[in-house]
Design a protein around this ligand. Structure first.
Ligand code: ADP
Ligand code: GN1
Ligand code: MG
Length: 361
């Protein structure tokens, strides 16, 4: 069965009116399989996002979808009545039986969202104005979820940002050297080992647990084409209990360097101070009233730590044979690791100035 036939068959299970026209792979995510499908609804072409959840990464898709239903319903309540409310939060299309997902005969879990039109995600930041918009949106997202009613959300990936455990996993991958690549990554391995001491800083700081996004990469917020506003936070699979700083740190990682995550020319990878300033101002404009002084003080450090952590994860996956992140070329995960470690160095060089700036906001 080809892709079109397959998605047409999947679509039959969802409450989507009209006639299925076409579908194609969409976006540049590393985890799920995402497709844009087009339907003819009374002569109008209407788009939907179909996603096959990566159940090798997310071991309990049912618990994950329960989180997403609760989170989108809560956010929906918060934005109700605002202009463009339906573009400000992801909306799940239910199956005919009212479920949030469909499980196909092969055991794959599928979900469908309304396509957020007239907005897009970017793989690399282009201006401080974009950084400001993204940070405001992620800060607002945390704020709107601060009063999510109990119970605690499910942990969709346990210890997702437990940096010391990520370090231990890397050490095991180095020792196993399963696909004999350690010799090709000596400088990166040494870089990682030299940075062991920073791994536990956030956990030792005893910061409050909050509902956080945990994957606030720049392309996980859609910017409105007309206004540039961060209109919709997407990719909700890792929304779960976490630290606010995991989210800010991942914004620094993905929204301060002009280079893409897999750029090979490392001279292009640098922490641009105006982007950091825009991020800090944007995030604090939404989050200042709930952050504790300790959280605020650690904002710059969180950027260094999360960049280091994701760099370690790319290195681990490279050493283990590329089984987690999607790769599109030889050495892809090593290239990604290199950009992350280069960015850590760039942050280190500017950390004092970053700390000083945050004190003045
Ligand atoms: P992954 O977990 O693989 O990163 P995402 O949920 O981020 O998957 O989706 C991949 C890409 O699909 C996004 O980067 C974005 O470009 C696009 N996308 C996802 N959901 C929507 C949506 N509801 N409307 C428009 N585009 C979307
Ligand atoms: C993955 O799903 P995506 O592509 O937005 C990963 C993040 C990493 C990111 C690195 C569930 O995010 O943790 O930071 O790649 N998501 C998961 O680009 O592992
Ligand atoms: Mg994504």
């Amino acid at each position: 069965m080809n892709l079109k036939q397959n998605l047409r068959a999947i679509a039959l299970h969802f409450e989507i009116p009209g006639e299925f026209l076409e579908a194609a792979p969409y976006g540049s995510g590393h985890i799920n399989d995402t497709y844009c499908a087009v339907f003819n609804q009374g002569g109008t072409r209407v788009r939907y996002v179909f996603q096959r959840i990566n159940h090798a990464v997310f071991k309990n898709p049912v618990a994950l979808m329960e989180n997403i239903q609760r989170v989108t319903a809560h956010l929906g309540g918060k934005v109700a009545g605002k202009p463009d409310a339906s573009r400000r939060v992801l909306t799940l299309i239910p199956t005919h039986s009212g479920a949030a997902f469909y499980r196909d005969d092969a055991g794959n879990y599928w979900r469908v969202y309304i396509f957020i039109e007239a907005a897009r995600g970017y793989d690399a930041v282009e201006s401080p104005a974009q950084a400001l918009s993204a940070a405001k949106a992620f800060g607002r997202f945390q704020k709107m979820l601060a009063d999510l009613p109990a119970p605690r959300l499910n942990d969709t990936i346990p210890d997702f940002h437990h940096t010391p455990k990520r370090f231990a996993t890397l050490e095991r991958a180095i020792a196993a050297d399963a696909v004999h690549r350690a010799k090709l990554a000596r400088p990166e391995i040494e870089f990682a080992l030299r940075h062991k001491a920073i791994c536990s800083v956030l956990l030792d700081a005893k910061l409050p647990e909050r509902v956080t996004h945990n994957d606030t990469k720049f392309n996980n917020v859609l910017l409105d084409d007309a206004t540039g506003e961060g209109i919709c936070v997407i990719d909700l699979d890792t929304v779960m209990p976490g630290l606010a700083l995991y989210d800010f740190g991942d914004m620094v990682r993905t929204t301060t360097s002009p280079a893409k995550e897999d750029e090979r020319d490392l001279s292009k990878v640098t922490m641009q101070f105006p982007m950091f300033e825009a991020l800090a101002r944007g995030y604090l404009s939404s989050a200042a009233d709930f952050l504790t002084p300790a959280e605020k003080k650690l904002l710059p450090f969180s950027g260094k730590l999360i960049t280091f952590e994701i760099g370690m994860r790319f290195l681990t996956d490279y050493l283990a044979g590329d089984s987690y992140f999607k790769v599109h070329r030889k050495g892809h995960n090593l290239d990604r690791c290199r950009t992350q470690f280069k960015l850590v160095e760039s942050i280190e060089q500017q950390e004092a100035a970053m700390n000083k700036l945050v004190e003045t906001i």
